[in-house]
Design a protein around this ligand. Structure first.
Ligand SMILES: NC(=O)c1ccc[n+]([C@@H]2O[C@H](COP(=O)([O-])OP(=O)(O)OC[C@H]3O[C@@H](n4cnc5c(N)ncnc54)[C@H](O)[C@@H]3O)[C@@H](O)[C@H]2O)c1
Length: 294
């Protein structure tokens, strides 16, 4: 999608960090912005910081983890802007520092509801709208570098699980939207200097209410040296224009991902040896016969 001028963009998690950076970069490219966040005051402050960019900007307090609430928000956006062309499913929360067996069920539900269901709800709510107007568009789902490997140093297994899910959802969405004029990207940043380490302080009541996580300061220290959200926003706009699927913002995690893939390839080598040992012909997928759903 080359020309973003006059198009409308939905950006969730727009009150802070990467979402604000994306909203700001899209507005600078001439797009009108529907800014969505669960935190009303922060959202108003964020909008005020973009007020002089000469585009139509409105804020919508919403919870991406609640499908019914998001549908209501989408109707309000339809009424305020007309057709939406760019959808950035970006809102997310952090979770780190605890072994999987110790994470409270309320925390599991919260991270799954926001990080996975938030993206699913965004897809279910907006993809039909984009298909309907037929003018094309672009969807950006924010995963993380944690969607491509599980870092052994951070105890981010639950968070990484949600981000692997966002990568898989995005890969599937790209396949399903092939030929529709709707592009898909999955954003996989490493450290970006945002408020993500403070997520738990704004956990909604329905997910157990606000709390302070003891490992939060560790995440805060880690991302302090990271990219600035505006830099990531500009990178996302470039990727939308160039129709890039994987958007990586840092090159240094390459070796983590290479290490993971090398282990998977070694497992294929063992599978080959196993097939030889059994004397069977390697099984080949017939993609034409296995294609489901037309
Ligand atoms: N900061 C990083 O280093 C980093 C790295 C990789 C991926 N990410 C991802 O980037 C995305 C944005 O995070 P960020 O780093 O800018 O953090 P952030 O906390 O600064 O911004 C996230 C925003 O999402 C909002 N939000 C949380 N739950 C919501 C909900 N249920 N509905 C609507 N809004 C909600 C928050 O209020 C906040 O304003 C997340 O998906 C995060 O997982 C961040």
């Amino acid at each position: 999608m080359k020309d973003l001028k006059g198009k409308t963009a939905y950006v969730s998690g727009a009150a802070s960090g990467i979402g604000f950076g994306i909203a700001s970069a899209l507005a600078q490219a001439g797009a009108n912005i529907a800014m969505i966040d669960i935190r009303a005051d922060a959202l108003t402050d964020a909008r005020d910081r973009l007020h002089n960019l000469g585009v139509h900007i409105e804020t919508f307090v919403s919870d991406v983890s609640d499908a019914a609430v998001l549908e209501e928000t989408a109707r309000a956006i339809d009424a305020a802007f007309g057709p939406i062309h760019i959808v950035c499913n970006n809102a997310g929360v952090s979770m780190l520092g605890e072994p999987l067996e110790d994470i409270a069920l309320s925390d599991w539900n919260w991270v799954i509801d926001v990080n996975i269901k938030g993206v699913i709800n965004g897809i279910r709510t907006f993809v039909p709208r984009l298909r309907r107007h037929g003018e094309g568009g672009h969807i950006v789902n924010t995963a993380s570098i944690a969607g491509l490997q599980v870092n052994p140093n951070f105890r981010t297994g639950a968070y990484a699980m949600t981000k692997y899910a966002v990568v898989a959802l995005s890969e599937a969405l790209e396949q399903e939207l092939d030929g529709t004029g709707i592009g898909v990207s999955v954003l996989c940043p490493a450290a970006v200097d945002t408020g993500i380490h403070l997520s738990a302080r704004a956990r909604p009541q329905r997910h157990g209410g606000p709390f302070v996580r003891s490992a939060d300061h560790f995440m805060g220290d880690l991302i302090k040296e990271g990219l600035r959200p505006e830099q990531v926003g500009a990178r996302v706009v470039q990727a939308i224009r160039d129709d890039e699927f994987y958007i990586l913002t840092h090159s240094s995690p390459r070796e983590w991902v290479e290490r993971r893939f090398a282990r998977i390839m070694q497992a294929f080598d063992r599978a080959e040896a196993f097939e030889k040992e059994l004397g069977i012909t390697p099984w080949r997928l017939d993609v034409t016969r296995t294609r489901a759903g037309g």
